[in-house]
Design a protein around this ligand. Structure first.
Ligand code: SF4
Length: 473
């Protein structure tokens, strides 16, 4: 039974939105409908071409040798027809080219001359200047000149596909091809008879784990516990191996204390939730730019008092101004010392982007950005529990440090779910009751993130404040 992965629906929705915008840029274009059936679409496309249609055709449909293709945007040129396949990515991907080659092959064999074949992808340098004006959102990357080999193989590919369809289930083992570029829907079917995966696969090693695992696989070794001292060249990998073999936690409390001693009080713990739509919604925004719609902030005094504040916008409007004002109100000037984030480059980027958009708040925001320090490298250097399985994401670390603060009890459990919740709440069709549910879920989730950082730092350093208070006493 096919199983569609979680991100598939969002990818389809995004593709649909981007496709609509791409068509909207040519208001005189003609859409070839797939109704009543695709044979009618082929006939309608042929009618337009034969009649000398001089505007773009959307979903132009062709058939050759039983293979049917629908071209997103087909535009007439003096020397033939220009194919444009619209993609919501910021660049051409290798897997786009097979589809493009098939389209050229079908069209050419159907007697329609092709003058160019491009991937029409998002131009990430685009910036929305006027509401609803997406002129310039796309960049055309013509790839006709590199498709010759692929086009030449199409007949063979089609014959092989037919043979597969006519025969028994092919005997091909699962591998990298099952997850690239997307997870195959039949993965659970094809791996049903595989031997169980190793409990602690070598591939869980951070950063280069997959490459290291591939080398050891040649030796017939798959589990980290099969390796010994000296087998791994990276000190970090050896730390992970040792913790995995022994089950003992690596914890360098002194190192954590030393690395964070200079972080000024009162300390603020900051975390943003963002959306990064491929199609910018608000003036001045770029494609894929991360737009903060929420932040959570715990502030901790040197005496150990903890307060919490946050910001959340779910009305579907541009959240940036209100977010920037709330940040300045909470954190500017001497309201806090160091601002602690986890993987701080992200929070810094968000604050910098806000400073760029709002010159009147820029000075205060730049000062806020300068105070941001990063808890992630401190954690990576000072702590490892084997249950992190090679990851230092806060969601991997937290259950090993403070199981009571894991995310299982929350409605919103990760950043992807937070984005989905925002889109659902911002939709005008959402009921007031549902919107309040989503608001509560988002607030609980983001507050958990910064609360987790407080607990993590205290435990990493052996609670510096408590020790100091005891020393003074
Ligand atoms: S072998 Fe991999 S790619 Fe092929 S059907 Fe099975 S899971 Fe999908």
């Amino acid at each position: 039974m096919a199983q569609v992965d979680d991100g598939a629906e969002a990818r389809f929705a995004l593709g649909h939105e981007v496709g609509e915008i791409a068509c909207g840029l040519f208001p005189t274009g003609e859409m070839v409908e797939a109704h009543p059936d695709l044979a009618a679409a082929v006939t309608r496309t042929r009618e337009l071409i034969d009649a000398g249609w001089s505007e773009p055709i959307f979903e132009a449909t062709f058939e050759h040798d039983g293979v049917l293709v629908r071209v997103d945007v087909l535009s007439p040129r003096p020397d033939g027809w220009a194919i444009a396949e619209v993609k919501s990515s910021a660049s051409v991907k290798e897997y786009h080219l097979g589809d493009l080659a098939t389209q050229v092959w079908v069209m050419t064999n159907a007697g329609v001359p092709v003058s160019s074949a491009c991937i029409r992808h998002i131009d990430s340098s685009f910036r929305l200047q006027r509401e609803g004006d997406y002129t310039g959102l796309f960049h055309d990357a013509d790839r006709l000149d590199v498709l010759a080999d692929r086009i030449g193989e199409r007949s063979k590919v089609v014959a092989e596909a037919r043979a597969v369809l006519a025969g028994d289930e092919p005997d091909i083992g699962a591998g990298d091809h099952c997850s690239r570029p997307f997870v195959c829907e039949f993965s659970s079917h094809c791996t049903r008879n595989d031997p169980p995966a190793p409990e602690w696969p070598i591939s869980l090693l951070p950063r280069t784990g997959k490459a290291v695992a591939a080398l050891w696989a040649e030796e017939g070794l798959f589990d980290l516990r099969e390796l010994g001292p000296g087998d791994l060249t990276s000190a970090l990998h050896e730390r992970v191996r040792l913790a995995t073999v022994t089950g003992e936690v690596y914890h360098d409390g002194e190192g954590a204390l030393e690395a964070t001693r200079g972080w000024a009080w009162p300390r603020a713990y900051l975390d943003f939730e963002t959306i990064g739509p491929a199609v910018p919604r608000w003036i001045g925004a770029r494609p894929f730019q991360q737009i903060p719609f929420q932040f959570s902030c715990h502030i901790e005094t040197e005496a150990g008092e903890l307060t919490h504040a946050g910001f959340l916008s779910i009305d579907g409007g541009d959240p940036r101004r209100a977010c920037a004002e709330a940040l300045v109100e909470l954190l500017s000037g001497d309201r806090c010392g160091s601002i602690i984030a986890y993987n701080a480059s992200f929070e810094k980027r968000c604050v910098r982007d806000l400073a760029e958009v709002f010159p009147d708040l820029a000075q205060a925001l730049v000062e806020i950005e300068a105070k941001i320090v990063d808890l992630l490298p401190v954690t990576r250097n000072a702590y490892y529990h084997r249950d992190q399985r090679g990851s230092w994401s806060i969601k991997a670390v937290l259950p090993t440090v403070a199981p009571e603060l894991a995310y299982n009890d929350l409605d919103v459990k990760d950043g992807g779910a937070a984005q989905q919740a925002w889109f659902e709440a911002a939709d005008a069709a959402a009921s007031a009751e549902r919107r309040e549910q989503l608001r509560a879920g988002l607030e609980a989730y983001c507050e958990r993130d910064t609360g987790a950082m407080v607990v993590l730092l205290r435990r990493l350093t052996g609670d510096e404040r408590a020790s100091r208070r005891e020393g003074r006493g």
